[in-house]
Design a protein around this ligand. Sequence first.
Ligand SMILES: CCCCCCCCCCCCC/C=C/[C@@H](O)[C@H](COP(=O)(O)O)NC(=O)CCCCCCCCCCCCCCC
Length: 218
Amino acid sequence: MADSVAVEDPKFTLQEVLDTFKSCLSENKEVFLEHYVAGWLGLVRFMNSLGSVFSFIAKDAVNKIQILINHLNGENGAHYVTVQSMVKYELDNQLVDLTKRGSFPESGCRTLLRLHRALRWLELFLERLRTSTEESKTSVMCSEAYNQSLSQHHAWIIRKAAGTAFWALPGRATFFDVMNVGTPEQVVAMLGDALPLISEVYQVTENLYAQNNILDLP
Ligand SMILES: CCCCCCCCCCCCC/C=C/[C@@H](O)[C@H](COP(=O)(O)O)NC(=O)CCCCCCCCCCCCCCC
């Protein structure tokens, strides 16, 4: 029998996910959709490693990521290389439901907007993790970040489900272990390194959506 080759599972590390987000931004501040989507896939993979209680969140995120991948791989993919080109193409060609949900429920603009709002949550959560102490509770950090961001866009029932999931989060030490980055000091350093770029990706997208008055797509 052939010797079974022990295939080393490429150890997941949050470092590589945050690096993906860091490569999102071009030197002239365009956001590459391919890297943005890859970053989210990495985040969802990380979240799944925390337990199945988050599966309802992962399901929705993966659904939205897949919609964006379909645009990227579709016949008009050339227009979806950056968030900037996507917004221009979809608005110039009336491919977005601007006031009520209609014939474009899977437009790139409205789909990315949902992940964009979640990126704000991530930014707030990571900043709390970065400045946390051993006594800090991940569930509190997570829910505070959520209440300051995403929760404003969610129906009551979603807010309740999210709140329940937060209590299932592992403690800070376990959370840091699962990140597979190293010691807490190394995690803090990594977060300090990654956060400014995640914030910049968020801000560039926020400004683009504000300039085009599409921050409230249905
Ligand atoms: C690790 C803890 C993870 C906590 C994540 C906090 C976010 C909770 C979001 C709960 C919403 C899930 C259900 C989705 C509802 C949707 O209605 C709603 C609106 O979309 P629609 O207009 O198409 O209906 N969808 C959304 O708002 C998109 C939510 C996407 C959330 C993605 C969150 C992935 C987070 C990955 C965590 C990684 C943690 C890394 C930390 C080191």
